[in-house]
Design a protein around this ligand. Structure first.
Ligand code: PAF
Length: 286
């Protein structure tokens, strides 16, 4: 059966209600579309657990900061249908902006879900002010619309995953969050819809981002624990044409910076190649 594309909240709710008549596990995979192998691994994981897998495809305007790539963000619904279906999705939920936010012109009027400032004034949230408010608000709306039993999120957006797990705990949202591993190209580059913006020359530069996190992992495995030294190792591997935004070592349970790393430390990086912002991370397990 081919994947069903639903644009309206009311229609999606009707279908879900029908499905809920039998005891069924429903999975949600929230995405902004332009699906790649990373997304497909989330969908495959979801459909291996659930009886009904819903993939949302929605470029969420309220998580983009002024001057970011909202307008040019790739919108590829036709290709997304094939990708989602081949990975095991049953339904694509692709609402319009007005369906999700009927009153967006009065942005200040919108009820938002706002994560704690101390967890957003770091890493990606520091340069993308308000980004995680937009993410948590849309994810909460999607959870309320679909009421999934499980939801799959990628570990590439490690700060997002941390904040969503916390939000679900803090707000008692009855959904199990399934973290899924970051997926890379064979050459190491972390998959991202934004890789589409990279020229061949930029791709070579971007590769130094994963090279950098792998070098840090190798140095850690060789016995180096001080973040200062690991930071320098990372920096030494970064192409001169890549502008580092942050390279942080944080505890995976608290997201607080650490001075000496251990197997619970996440090394996370954001960097720009031209005007393309890319992120990567690695958990420093032994
Ligand atoms: O990770 C993403 O693609 C987005 O932040 C999400 C979770 C789909 C919310 O718009």
């Amino acid at each position: 059966m081919s994947v069903l594309v639903i644009n309206e909240i009311k229609k999606l709710r009707e279908i879900i209600k029908e499905n809920r008549k039998e005891p069924k596990t429903i999975a949600l995979v929230p995405t902004m579309g332009c699906l790649h192998e990373g997304h497909k691994s989330l969908i495959a994981k979801a459909s291996s657990i659930a009886d009904l897998t819903i993939v949302s495809v929605f470029v969420n305007p309220i998580q983009f900061c002024p001057g970011e790539d909202y307008d040019r963000y790739p919108r590829t619904l036709e290709a997304d249908k094939d990708a989602a279906q081949s990975a095991g999705a049953d339904i694509i939920f692709a609402p319009s902006v007005s369906e999700m936010y009927p009153n967006l012109q009065k942005f200040s009027d919108l009820t938002m879900v706002v994560p704690p400032y101390e967890l957003t004034d770091i890493m990606c949230g520091k340069s993308r002010v308000g980004h995680f408010d937009g993410v948590e608000t849309v994810v909460t709306k999607l959870f309320n619309i679909v009421q999934p039993d499980i939801a799959c999120f990628g570990m590439k957006d490690i700060q997002q995953l941390f904040l969503i797990k916390k939000m679900v705990r803090d707000l008692n949202i009855p959904v199990e969050i399934i973290p899924c591993p970051l997926v890379r190209e064979k050459n190491g580059l972390a998959l991202s819809s934004r890789n589409k913006y990279l020229s061949d020359e930029d791709k070579v530069k971007a590769l130094s981002i994963s090279r950098s996190v792998f070098a840090i992992r190798d140095a850690y495995k060789a016995g180096i624990k001080e973040t200062k030294k690991l930071f320098d190792t990372g920096l030494a591997n970064l192409d001169k044409g890549v502008e580092l935004e942050y390279l942080e070592f944080v505890d995976e349970n608290t997201f607080k910076p650490v001075e000496s790393v251990n197997q619970d430390t996440i090394c996370a990086m954001a960097a720009r190649v031209g005007n393309v912002r890319l992120i990567d991370n690695i958990i420093l397990e032994v």
